[in-house]
Write a protein that binds this ligand. Sequence first.
Ligand code: HEM
Length: 456
Amino acid sequence: MTVVATDTTADPTAGQFGEESIWFKLTPLLKDPANPMRVLMQMAERYGAVIPVTLGKQRVVLISEPEFFKHVLVKNSDNYIKYFDGLKPIFGKSMITNDGALWQKIRMPQQPAFHPDVFADYIPYFNQAIQTKMETWADLAKSGETTEMVEQTWTLAADMICKALFDRDMPFNPHVVFKYVKTYTDVMNHKSMRDKKLAGDGTEFGQGETAKAVEAWWSVPPAVFAADPREEREKTLLKMIEAAVNDPAVPEFDRQQAIDEIKQYLWAGTETTALTLAWALYLVSKHPEAAERIRKEGEEVCGGREPNAADYSALIYTRSVIQETMRLYPPVWSLIRTAAGPDEIDGKEIKAGDRIVLFGYGAHHNARFWDEPEAFKPERWMGESAKKRVKYSYIPFGAGKRSCIGGAMSQVENTLALSQLLRRFQPEYVGPEPAPIHATVTLTPKGGLHFRIRER
Ligand code: HEM
């Protein structure tokens, strides 16, 4: 059976503006214009690794110590369930939002598409998407106009997923989808939209930009299913999803599930990957010696041909730049869970219903775990230095059974993209220094990262 796409999720904006939303509650703590992470960093330093606070009527527990990340994500993970208020329109009921046996049933049929053995098959498609991006950049270099890098890298990441995992050319305008969905995922907008409503300015749920964003987003999965395959490949993620819908042994994996899985991949798998590559380009623009080393490594490893799987393994420095970027700018700066039942962490009581904020950014920037934590040092990921890491002090992909399904694949995508783009181009960051950050569900550059592209 072919999956015909319709979307039946009841209320597109349910929970989005709710006062109970953790994003709404954290907003006042994320307002420092110089660095929205600063208040949480100072709290962790002053009050310790586990800080219960009551925000409104909600108990929130801020955790910033690796051993307690392990407790929540690995040792006692069944007590800590996923939290997705306000993001349902983005993810629907996709596996990222589920827990327990249902989550396992949904994940299992898709897992083979992310086994490292299949990455070699994906690399030619990643390379094709990179080539297309290079054509865009050649035009930008000719015109001399500046460009916003997260949008550039988002369209690249979306193209890579469509080509490699779905056997499709992008059957939607990525710039339109990017613009609308960014409006929606910016939780700061949720608060201001809600404030407007409370002030009686007539903003209604489901109207205006939010409704347009939801509509634009919901049109994407039907377009993916309906698009012509590029090569009729048999072993794609899309084929695995279609097979799961047709498998009577997994009745939970219905048509709506298939639609929602596509949404999940085209957001969870693109925004994070895109932010990493954009921040990496920002960092190497500030560190020209790193850009030169990446170019040299690319020349030595690949010469004049496109990279393959063996080359990816050999691009050690380039991959370390990507890892270091995710330490300094973890796209998912905190992981949120809800406590299902009582527990105790570091002598502090955890009550059922508490919202748990695992502050990964805090651990990534803590001098107890990293020498010169604010410095950009890709070498710390190479050779002996890499072995000294404190376990769970680096969690860009989460940890335990709910860790990112596509994390290893994203490193292949970004390492190959960084290597090839820098060999041909010199992207020059032209925005404010340091680039201001903005904490929404992800860690984004405030106002974007603006670059001028030059051909070398
Ligand atoms: C730099 C790139 C990426 C980062 C930083 C990242 C980060 C994360 C994190 C932190 C989680 C766990 C969330 C939690 O525990 O609450 C996660 C889960 C997930 N990610 Fe990624 N991700 C990246 C790339 C990708 C890619 C390329 C894909 C797929 C194409 C993907 C698909 C998913 C899915 C489906 C889940 C849910 C897994 C589950 O619940 O079983 N991600 N990601």
